[in-house]
Design a protein around this ligand. Structure first.
Ligand code: KG4
Ligand code: ZN
Length: 378
């Protein structure tokens, strides 16, 4: 199949477009090596189409924990040191297949972290004469439910077409909380996002106030499972009838309660306070979720982002969607929910088929990359 002209134009001067044009079969399922270094996980994966052949995540968490957050200089140094080994492992776990392309996260994220992944990807592109696909990390989370394992098993989403109508994506991570309308793969509109902190960020900050360590979000969630939501924390933005989120007021209310009341941080208190915080977070998330369902009548729901690891949240989103007669999709494994490179490979496979390659000469990080906003916000 001939490559679309637009893709050839994007390809630029560094490589000869005819090299791709002559040798690539754009209709086959491409084998892609993907690199993801948007924050503090050094990740590489090999995918064939949307099948995950390997998915290596090397977490830097323990190096940042004593600082209470990600330290950009440390993240940059570790990505630089670890990338060659992480990439080699991803390739060997996949059986060292012949690659069709490389993919890399270009944003959003921490600039020094993104730069390391992009620089290494360019190095590999030159060495192996492979084209590069530039990927939005948020699209990775959004499409992570399309991933299947080596045997083609995943969520039944892999067989979905958008003929039934639009999909509603709900991204809930450490850096983003967004409702996204999907008309098709590649066609997205940002319906609403957080005006300040992201949901995962609020979990981590309140966990720190409760002395639960870093990143404390998952620990707080474990505490919440056992606790009773006895404490009143105000639901954010009840007066605002749009699809935006806010979590910093909730975090401040939690801090003020702890500073004024000075409760002893007994296990029972921490469990009950965590349950109270989580209940309020869920209420805020579900108010906006329901509003989006009412306004946009989607045909299905896609959940993505690290906070979706929270089983209670997943169940709540599922049962809410079920009230509307809708099915909710989540990635088939926990590893695909938090940051990983296989989700980048899934997006890359769709971009490959559309011939959307990047010019390595102008490929650069976009730390604030997002989806385009809907033109008429509510
Ligand atoms: O998507 P992700 O891995 O990284 C970003 O792109 O931000 O999300 C990480 C976030 C962290 O804030 C972490 O505390 C939160 O996801 N998280 C959770 C749970 N597991 C991870 N939050 C609530 N409940 C959980 N079980
Ligand atoms: Zn993420």
């Amino acid at each position: 199949m001939p490559r679309p002209l637009v893709a050839l134009a994007k390809w630029g001067k560094i490589y000869n477009p005819s090299y791709l044009y002559n040798t690539k079969d754009m209709s086959k399922e491409p084998i892609i090596l993907s690199i993801e270094t948007s924050l503090d996980d050094t990740c590489a994966a090999v995918t064939r189409g949307t099948s995950v052949l390997s998915n290596v995540v090397s977490s830097q968490t323990s190096y940042h924990a004593s600082w209470g957050g990600t330290v950009p200089d440390i993240a940059k140094r570790l990505h630089h040191e670890w990338l060659p080994r992480v990439v080699d492992r991803a390739l060997s776990q996949a059986g060292s297949p012949k690659l069709d392309a490389l993919a890399v996260t270009i944003g959003p994220g921490l600039a020094p972290s993104l730069e390391q992944g992009i620089a290494y990807c360019k190095l590999l592109a030159t060495k192996y004469q492979l084209p590069i696909l530039a990927i939005n990390h948020l699209e990775g989370h959004l499409l992570s439910s399309f991933a299947t394992n080596k045997n083609g098993k995943g969520s039944s989403l892999a067989r979905h077409s958008f003929s039934d109508g639009v999909a509603l994506g709900f991204l809930i991570s450490g850096g983003h909380t967004e409702l996204v309308l999907m008309e098709n793969i590649g066609g997205y509109e940002l319906l609403g996002e957080t005006l300040d902190d992201a949901a995962g960020e609020a979990y981590d900050k309140v966990a720190r106030l409760l002395m639960l360590g870093y990143p404390g979000g998952p620990i707080l969630a474990e505490m919440a499972k056992i606790g009773t939501p006895k404490y009143h924390l105000p639901e954010p933005m009840t007066m605002r009838k749009d699809l935006s989120f806010s979590f910093s007021g909730l975090k401040t209310a939690a801090r003020q309660y702890l500073e004024c009341e000075k409760p002893e941080l007994t296990q029972e208190f921490v469990q009950d306070f965590s349950a109270s915080f989580q209940k309020t977070v869920f209420k805020h998330l579900m108010t906006r979720f329901r509003r989006a369902l009412d306004l946009y009548s989607p045909a299905m729901i896609l959940l993505g982002g690290g906070v979706v690891s929270n089983v209670e949240l997943r169940n709540l989103a599922r049962s809410t969607a079920k009230e509307y007669g809708l099915k909710t999709y989540i990635p088939y494994s926990k590893k695909l929910i938090s940051d990983n490179a296989a989700m980048i490979g899934v997006v890359a496979s769709f971009k490959y088929t559309r011939g959307e390659f990047s010019n390595p000469a102008s490929l650069d990080r976009l730390p604030n990359l997002n989806f385009d906003k809907v033109s008429s916000l509510l």
